[in-house]
Design a protein around this ligand. Structure first.
Ligand code: MG
Length: 256
């Protein structure tokens, strides 16, 4: 009897909930159409209204900051602040091997970024030396650019890897001399003083294919040793000169 009594008492609350649910359904069913319409309005949210953005096919969104569209290389500079030493034409800007990395003149924190890149053909090179460059968010966190089409290397250093931290989910690489795209959604790390309070997060589409889904970065990109965070503010985008005459075009960015 005791067992049955416990079971009945355990049933009491779910039973009451079920009865209340049935009553509520019944009440809702009894509302007139006008009353149902009034009820539906209670869950509508009218503010804030999102700002309008024009988004035409194969065009930067109307609120994007253009970092390169063929009209010069003025949005970029050398690390020492002198003029960007890379070659450029109305079609692309190209690494002048040995001239050094370039950085955007503007600093950024959280962003959506689009960039197109093309590795030069280097049949005489292999591994990490073949068409190497990179896109460094906040000048510190590298998304690898590399000719890894039929070119073996460590997967956490192949194209679309977050260098030495995350292997891409799939390999969407195209051959050298073909244009490829990265679409990046990046949340900058947060610091309180020198203390990390929230790590950087990154989502990446390579040629339209998801290869990183909101991964949590482990720290600043390192070639040797484990990544660590060092406190910083908003910083420029950096493009790497790794000795290969790779090209970039259609670079735009939206601050989030
Ligand atoms: Mg690189």
């Amino acid at each position: 009897m005791k067992t049955i009594a416990i079971k009945l008492s355990q049933l009491k609350i779910p039973l009451l909930m079920a009865i209340a649910f049935c009553i509520s359904i019944n009440a809702s069913a009894q509302l007139t159409e006008a009353q149902r319409y009034e009820e539906s309005k209670k869950t509508e949210v009218w503010k804030p209204v999102p700002p309008k953005v024009e988004a035409m096919p194969n065009q930067p969104p109307s609120d994007a900051i253009i970092l390169f569209d063929g009209n010069g290389i003025d949005s970029w500079e050398a690390i020492d602040g002198s003029d960007a030493p890379w070659d450029h034409s109305p079609y692309a800007m190209t690494v002048r091997a040995g001239s050094g990395d370039i950085v955007s003149k503007q600093s950024f924190c959280d962003v959506q970024m689009h960039i197109e890149w093309r590795t030069t053909r280097e049949d005489d090179k292999t591994g990490q030396n073949k068409g190497n460059s990179g896109i460094f968010l906040q000048s510190r966190y590298e998304i690898q650019v590399l000719d890894t089409y039929q070119n073996s290397t460590y997967p956490n250093g192949q194209a679309a890897s977050i260098y030495k931290q995350f292997i891409p989910l799939v390999d969407a690489s195209r051959p050298a001399e073909e244009w490829q795209t990265y679409d990046i959604i990046y949340t900058a790390p947060r610091f309180t003083g020198s203390e990390l309070t929230s790590p950087a997060r990154l989502t990446l589409l390579h040629n339209g294919v998801l290869v990183h889904n909101n991964v949590e970065l482990k720290g600043q990109t390192e070639w040797i040793g484990e990544p660590k965070y060092y406190a910083h503010e908003c910083l420029p985008i950096k493009l790497q000169d790794h000795g290969s005459a790779n090209s970039f075009r259609n670079i735009w960015i939206r601050e989030i």
